[in-house]
Design a protein around this ligand. Sequence first.
Ligand code: 5GP
Length: 243
Amino acid sequence: MKCKDLLIKGKAKSVFATDTKGKLIVEFRDDITAFDGGKKDLLKNKGTCNAEVSAFFFEYLEHNGVKTHFFTMLDSHHMVVRKLEMIPLEVIVRNIAAGSIVRNYPFVEGTPLDPPLIVIDYKDDVRHDPMLNDEIIFALKLATPAELKTIKKVALEINRLLSALLAAQGITLVDFKIEFGRQGKTIYLGDEISMDSMRLWDKKTGESLDKDVYRFEKGDVMAIYNKVAQRITKPGKETVTKD
Ligand code: 5GP
């Protein structure tokens, strides 16, 4: 497969056309950003690390009946995906109150949310991704009622599957953001699922294992990303560090 024109350059990924109908290539770059691009850096090997975790999750979800855009990896940081018409919604599932829900509403950080909360934001950096409700989604014709029903059902199923997988590695899935796209009438999970788009807490220590380490300068981002990637994709083979 040949990589052709650059179609989209996002904050951490680039999307390229290919010579194969219906397929695109996503490049996971080493860029990391936070606060709508207000903080940015280059971290060596971050693209590969996030691509590896994303591919692992996509394969696991596909295996468990979730339709995703993932086909295969071309190399360590180039992913072949199904071409979708992306829906500009950031679908966030929250199991524990943290982040913006605590800043914007009277939730106490660390409070379990049972049943999990689904929050949907409009993907628009200029408007700072404002929160939507179903009526606004329909008025803006971002998704049909049937599509939104599917998106919410699949988001909760993804939450169930990822929470179980991560719990087995001693990691709590606090919350995560996913994006969907359509091909014809079918809804697929798109974008990525990585440490950039999830909030993960170590079950024993409560330590952050995700982009909060970068956002709030809690430690060596790549050391933590590499360690958590290893823990997720190669359980039982983590490097043992001596104290
Ligand atoms: P919050 O709304 O608390 O900032 O984020 C909730 C969850 O969604 C977190 O896991 C966060 O990483 C993810 N998230 C929210 N907005 C974005 C975004 O624009 N990009 C990415 N990669 N993740 C996001």
